[in-house]
Design a protein around this ligand. Structure first.
Ligand code: ZN
Ligand code: ZN
Length: 187
């Protein structure tokens, strides 16, 4: 069954809820992740509170399209499956451009069984992925088994503050057994 993620309006940048934008929460001591293609700090996209843990999604914003941001394995994005407890805001890297690190708005993502008039759809939780191109289910980097679809993300309702999936859609997968996650997008 599909659970929709609906725009719940503005929320605190460090709120421990499902949201797009703001600052990432992670275990104390976590260093802000960097792009494996260009070595710049990644942009934090979203955190989603799942049964399996807290999913944190990042993508490079230094060279849009230039770091294979769509790929689940090239390192131009990053998906982390974190334990639900004890998460704290990750310190922002000194000297980095805030626009490169964060989206322009923070929105709560409300899980709902149906779409509500007047609330933009931010994505979905679980169910079957609605692939825009072809089935691109990633293999787990830990155990090589096909990963479980966890969430789909739309770019967001406001183009100025939105994620950049080339006008497409993002797909997050997890492996509960290995505690791993992967992110990719299609357009
Ligand atoms: Zn990059
Ligand atoms: Zn695995």
């Amino acid at each position: 069954m599909t659970t929709w993620l609906l725009d719940g309006g503005p929320v605190a940048a460090d709120a421990p809820v499902s949201r797009t934008g703001g600052v990432p929460l992670a275990p104390a001591g976590t260093v802000w992740p960097v792009c494996r293609a260009c070595a710049g700090p990644l942009r934090f996209l979203a955190q989603l509170v799942l049964d399996a843990g807290v999913l944190a999604l990042f993508m490079c914003a230094h060279r849009p399209g230039g770091c294979a941001q769509w790929s689940p394995s090239a390192g131009g994005n990053l998906a982390l499956l974190l334990p639900a407890g004890g998460l704290v805001p990750v310190p922002v890297p000194r000297g980095a451009d805030p626009e490169v690190l964060a989206l322009g708005a923070v929105r709560a993502a409300l899980a709902a069984p149906a779409v509500t008039a007047g609330r933009a759809v931010l994505g979905v939780l679980g169910g079957e992925p609605d692939w825009l191109q072809y089935d691109e289910t990633p293999g787990c980097p830990g155990c090589a088994r096909p990963m479980e679809f966890a969430a789909g993300l739309e770019e967001g309702p406001d183009p100025v503050t939105s994620m950049n999936f080339g006008s497409g859609r993002g797909y997050a997968h997890v492996c509960r057994g290995c505690g791993r996650a992967a992110f990719l997008w299609q357009c």
